[in-house]
Design a protein around this ligand. Sequence first.
Ligand code: ADP
Ligand code: ZN
Ligand code: ZN
Length: 732
Amino acid sequence: MIVRAALPTPLHRLFDYLLPLSEPEPQPGCRVRVPFGNRELVGLVIEVSETSDLPRNKLKPLLEILDRKPVLDPGMFKLGQWAARYYQHPVGDALSHLLPVLLRQGKAAEFAHAELWRATEGASVDRLSSSAHRQRELLELLLQHPTGISADALRAEGGQTQLLKTLAEKSLAESFEHRPTPLHADLTEDLLNEPALPVHGEQAAALDAIHAASGFTPFLLYGVTGSGKTEIYLQAIEKTLAAGKQALVLVPEIGLTPQTLGRFRARFRVPVHALHSNLSDRERLDTWLHARAGSARIIIGTRSAIFTPMKTPGLIIVDEEHDGSFKQQDGFRYHARDLALVRASRENVPVILGSATPALESLHNATLGRYQLLKLTRRAGNAQTPRFELLDIRQQPLDAGLSDELIRRIHQHLGCGTQVMLFLNRRGFSPSLICNNCGGVVDCTRCDAHMTLHRNPPHLHCHHCDRQTPIPRACSHCGSTELKPLGIGTERAEDALQKHFPDVPILRVDRDSTSRKSALEKMMRVVHSGEPCILVGTQMLAKGHHFPKVTLVAILDADAGLFSADFRGMEKTAQLILQVAGRAGRADHPGEVVLQTLHAEHPMLQTLIGSDYLHFARQEMGLRQAAALPPFAHHAIVRGEASRQGWAEQFLQALNESARAQVQLPEGVQVIGPFPSPMEKRGGLFRAQLLISARSRPALHAWLDALIRQAEADPQGRRVRWTLDVDPIDNY
Ligand code: ADP
Ligand code: ZN
Ligand code: ZN
């Protein structure tokens, strides 16, 4: 017999092996260990067959069958294969994304007997002194995990694990050996730790619609920030749990904060399993096994969590569905939101896409009637919608990007005892260093980009390839020593704020200031203490966090995305502005949002401040339709990169021509390019791209099939690394 396996290789095909006579026939979805060149690989059995296209003497026997029963259930197995075809990605590599790392390495699909920690019976934070903050926090975390949690996972959630022993000495915490919990199919009573909030009006209508759904029903939950989307998720999950089923919640990379998790854990008595990047491989496997066995009832994770198997799937939620982090940007370029829909349809369960700023693709699907649109237009409880204002800064003197009027407003809000948040989507001190004498700018030698000046510590940094250099003393063009920073980054804004507000804590939140996890937590403690402070940061501030005491949000450079080369630029800018604005005044403090702009008449800004996101989206949709751009067309991009200029373009040109010689271009398919990428040189490589636009998906895929066949056969392909991106979310 021949075993046909999918192997984690870059090749778009399956591999045949002989099944030793002594071995039983493996089922599809079982793992096998096989020889591959001079290596061994772990792959998945796709099928067992009598015949092979290769002669017998060319076939090698497989080395080992690793599973008696399939590790992947048929549903997930098919979803993985479907996704590989859809994204035109090698099936073996695509399927490996469905397995936790330890299973990819060939380890047994069994639970570990790890040491876990839990709070002791009756333990309560009241027994700790009120000044023992860290012990109290640690104990609170333990109390959120009644079934136990490993020290690693505790640390990942911000717990100070060195204090576990202290808690144990006080008999507040204990460790125990963890054994897999049996499935509690009857765990339907006593689901809640705290009662659900009473809902009225729009929220009640949305919940009614969701509760009425049975089987595959896609919902687009459009709700302004603070309108109670999360409350809807919680109540929808409650019903799923009561039916004995599991819920999967996807959140953006940056959204999986202790705050978010805390809300889910506070509500439910069942364990909430979080799949975040700080888990160990062992913990990831355990969670995966719990989900597959049905004992993990709520699973929250980022993009890759879409591949978590569920024994009793009941509901899939994608929070902040517009977020770009749901799309994987290298290798297997899947979109977790789109796969969530495919998965929900195959598993016949409802799926909720939630956002204050839905992707135009999703709104389009709602317009076409494919998704049921649910709207929450007002903030929940007694919270008020923030007031928007454009601050025209033409001819205004700016100090590090701050206008006098803005500084006055900041004083005013701080004076009322509230907090202020400033948004600037550029980290570093300034985005470029320019010569005062000749105007030369310091560029990265490996990219078509300026080096960003950082002060803390002082160096130049390329944000595209990560190259770092010391700050030069003199201009490399003219030798002048008069180099000065041009433009404003968060470090510079922080400096200026420090000067204007010497007595107020200034908290800078960007990738540099938060590279150590504890740093962000420390800043969040200051914010949540409620004392006046100024937050200044990048889009890290736009997601996941709620800042109830912030009453003024200012966007220092609202124009930044208005003139982007990407046709999605306007959509992304509008989303970012509204997401940032949504942080303001969430509780009973009314908020104020100020947008500094040089283009106060810009129609997009006018629509955003005068109306709402849906209104903006309708306008933008009209433009897209007129230009036959997504969502009114389907795109794919073939990208190439090579060490010499021109190679990638030549390769793509040849590829396009040879594909056309083989297959007729299907009707409604347009090939645009090849042309150099918007940033042609990056990381020392020269890049080009070919854009394929099609009216229908089958036509698009027919053409992509032809292209891939040619690309794999093309010997030039060796000096050009090429990738294919189906449904790209940006054109870089
Ligand atoms: P979103 O997810 O849309 O940003 P949340 O669900 O976080 O909104 O709700 C915002 C705030 O309003 C939270 O503090 C939440 O507790 C509160 N809230 C939500 N729904 C209700 C409700 N029905 N009654 C009272 N408060 C509510
Ligand atoms: Zn110079
Ligand atoms: Zn660079």
